[in-house]
Design a protein around this ligand. Structure first.
Ligand code: AMP
Ligand code: ZN
Length: 708
């Protein structure tokens, strides 16, 4: 895997234990007042919440997050005056995202208290016994499926609502997305209760996730880090067709019974009976749940699944232990955060001990140099692990990982295992701290550490490692899609000095390729060489958006490339666009805009582009916005918000630009029309304030068909 993918899969810069973090990023001074510490923790927790819930790109483990949260809660307990209304301790999750209709959860979807060992479980059970001393307590244990929670409502046997947890009180209505889950019945068989409220976890099976990543690898796309984040991102897709392609699954874990009784006036059922009844109604319920009469049985269940969970086709991060009897649940009640009648027992991450044999540097496409631990091979969770990421050199120094160290590695849901801790006490006297490289391991160029970044970079654009990655990317499936241009051939071409940048590819001849020798010393041969050269010729016809993607501009993935191609219509126009003009494109922020500018400002890149143009590549889109400029919407600027029922936003934007109009990302005085679909949010308010004309979907359709 390329260095940058490697980083992307991990969220790049390390930020594990911030207390000891050093010279970059977010720092917290060592000696500080509780007030400063609390303020810092709050900000940090909110940032991680955003990364987790909204961006689905967490940088720290749940456990590390829980520790920060526990520390903040402890400070606030000790100094109640420091507790603020917006403290992360006061709420359950992240804010709902814009774009979906919102629904209130009644009752709220609470969080669960966590326990990490048998003692903590025992304390929980003892606390319950103190709260309801007059009776025995029976439990139900279930697997805690690691996905995204949904609240499902059936009315008159029909699924009418599905909502995400959101902040626990208000969530996003994602009914259309939930309907794509194949194991979720859209209608219940008779006799079904008139109203059925179910809480469930949606998740992606390991097998489905593996298949998805295989497809992405084949297409040269960045791999997804783990099933849970992929699920979180999928559930929030605005276009439910994208959701359907992902094959989510579902496990129902709670029938929220109205206070009056299960499905009418009858007695409320016990939780175990509820699970059985849900399964009878055809709802998917994970079958591993078990009634447990005592703490011992609960502990046995937890231990058993801690061992066996690797056998499951889904990821589980623990067990949920619940009180079975509904009357007892009522008596125990809930805190603002979590019910008292349930607790999560968190599994240890799958870890193993091994030894670091070497620490190598890996150079990615953008020149990022990252350390990788080469390990004594060790089995973890069903696979043999030989390498583990060390994220970056700051992180490595903080953990003080050294060659020869005995270490604990962990394999979570992520693709690449990581080093979690070091047995410092087992080190020999000759052990030396690891010195980060000062020179690129591939080209010898002095490495550079950009400010505010934890990475070391090789800034030599001619570095073979950088060139190799750049060419691999250029030739990949979603970029120029050049047949035969695999790792081996790219390595030979770059290593042999035949190719120094993508433009050189177009000067290659069949003879040059045919003579290359493979590892078994066989020539590549005329036939294979001719195929590759033919594919290179063909690739000159690839669309502008593929070309923009192929250039490997930082932060410009294939969908951003498509936006840029559609908006600017040619490399020339794109290269001339100012950062402000770039930011006017919907979904393009300052980070991407600056990166695009920096790319085109580089003389080396300008030279590369000239040579690519000379080679005959498509520098213009067939139907450009400029050509459409004499269309009926010429000179009109549109902003899109909310959900349209008849088309996606991308389709709407394409229709507008095809008629000569322009689509921008934010409402300003220069906006002519705001097209407001269902559940438009802040953009609608802003348009109303500024007196911008607002079109609903019907009005927009009229405009498109020339009706006005
Ligand atoms: P937490 O997010 O750690 O507060 O844990 C609560 C979440 O665990 C719920 O919102 C559900 O998404 C999830 N969960 C997964 N399996 C279960 C289960 N069997 N019972 C209750 N919650 C579950
Ligand atoms: Zn280099």
């Amino acid at each position: 895997m390329a260095g940058d993918d490697f980083n992307a899969a991990y969220g790049g810069s390390g930020s594990e234990d911030p207390r000891t973090q050093r010279s970059y990023g977010r720092m917290s001074p060592m000696a500080e007042s509780p007030q400063d510490r609390a303020a810092w923790l709050r900000e940090e927790l909110q940032r991680h919440e955003r990364l987790y819930y909204q961006d689905a790109k967490p940088e720290i483990t749940d456990r590390e997050f829980d520790r920060l949260m526990a520390e903040l809660a402890a400070i606030e307990d000790e100094h109640p005056e420091l507790r603020t209304a917006d403290s992360p301790t006061q709420r359950v999750g992240g804010e709902p995202t814009e774009g979906f209709e919102q629904v209130e959860h009644q009752p709220p979807m609470l969080s669960l208290e966590n326990t990490y060992d048998h003692d903590e479980l025992q304390e929980w059970v003892e606390r319950l016994k103190r709260l309801v001393p007059d009776t025995g307590i029976a439990f139900v244990c279930e697997l805690k499926v690691d996905g995204v929670s949904l609240s499902l409502l059936y009315e008159d046997a029909v699924l009418t609502q599905a909502a995400t947890r959101g902040n626990g009180r208000v969530g996003d209505l994602v009914t259309a997305n939930a309907r794509t889950i194949r194991t979720l019945p859209l209608r219940l068989p008779a006799p079904a209760p008139a109203r059925l409220l179910v809480r469930a976890e949606t998740y992606m099976r390991r097998s489905a996730f593996a298949a998805l990543n295989q497809q992405r690898a084949a297409a040269g796309q960045e791999l997804y880090a783990n099933p849970r984040n992929t699920t979180a991102g999928t559930v929030r897709q605005l276009d439910s067709r994208d959701v359907a392609r992902r094959r989510l699954d579902l496990a129902c874990y709670e029938w929220v019974q109205p206070a009056g009784g299960g499905d009418g006036n009858e007695e409320r059922r016990s939780h175990g009976d509820c699970l059985a009844a849900l399964a009878d109604l055809g709802l998917p319920v994970d079958g591993s749940w078990r009634r447990c009469a005592s703490l011992e049985e609960v502990v046995a269940f937890c231990d058993e699944w801690q061992e066996k969970r690797g056998e499951l086709d889904f990821e589980t991060d623990g067990v949920v232990v619940k009180v079975d009897d509904p009357e007892l649940r009522d008596r125990l009640g809930a805190t603002a955060k979590a019910p008292r009648w349930a607790v999560a027992f968190k599994f240890e991450a799958e870890q193993a001990e091994t030894v670091v044999r070497a620490i190598n540097a890996q150079v990615g496409r953008t020149g990022a140099v990252t350390p990788v631990a080469e390990l004594e091979p060790v089995p973890v969770a069903g696979t043999t692990v030989k390498r583990a990421t060390l994220h970056n050199y700051e992180d490595l120094a903080r953990k003080d990982v050294r060659v020869g160290d005995a270490v604990v590695i962990e394999k979570g849901g992520d693709i690449i295992p990581k080093v979690v801790s070091v047995f410092e006490e087992r080190r020999g006297a000759e052990s030396q701290p690891f010195a980060p490289p000062t020179e690129c391991p591939v080209c010898g160029e002095t490495l550079y550490q950009p400010e505010e970044e934890a990475l070391l970079r090789c800034v030599n654009a001619a570095c073979p490692a950088v060139v190799r990655e750049a060419i691999r990317h250029f030739a990949s499936r979603n970029a120029m899609d050049i047949e035969g241009m695999g790792d081996w051939l790219v390595g030979e071409l770059v290593g042999g000095g035949l190719v120094g940048d993508p433009a050189n590819l177009y000067g290659l001849t069949v003879e040059q390729l045919a003579d290359l020798r493979k590892t078994n010393d066989a020539r590549l041969g005329e036939k294979a060489a001719a195929r590759t050269i033919a594919s290179l010729q063909e690739s000159k016809e690839r669309s502008l958006s593929r070309l923009i993607y192929a250039l490997g501009i930082r932060f410009v993935g294939d969908s951003t490339a498509a936006l840029l191609a559609r908006r600017f219509g040619s490399i020339e126009a794109l290269a001339a666009a100012s950062a402000e003009e770039l930011e006017e494109v919907e979904d393009i922020g300052s980070r991407i805009a600056e990166s695009v500018r920096a790319f085109f400002d580089s003389e080396r890149n300008q030279d590369l582009l000239r040579r690519l143009e000379d080679a005959g590549l498509q520098f213009e889109e067939e139907q450009t916005e400029a050509e459409a400029a004499d269309g009926p919407l010429e000179g009109k600027t549109f902003v899109l918000t909310g959900t349209l029922s008849g088309m996606t936003r991308n389709e709407a934007a394409a229709r507008i630009t095809a008629l000569g109009g322009k689509v921008t990302g934010s409402v300003s005085a220069r906006t002519d029309f705001l097209v407001a679909g269902e559940k438009a949010g802040s953009k609608l308010r802003k348009a109303e304030q500024l007196g911008v004309e607002v079109l609903d979907e019907a009005g927009f359709a009229d405009l498109l068909s020339g009706g006005r």
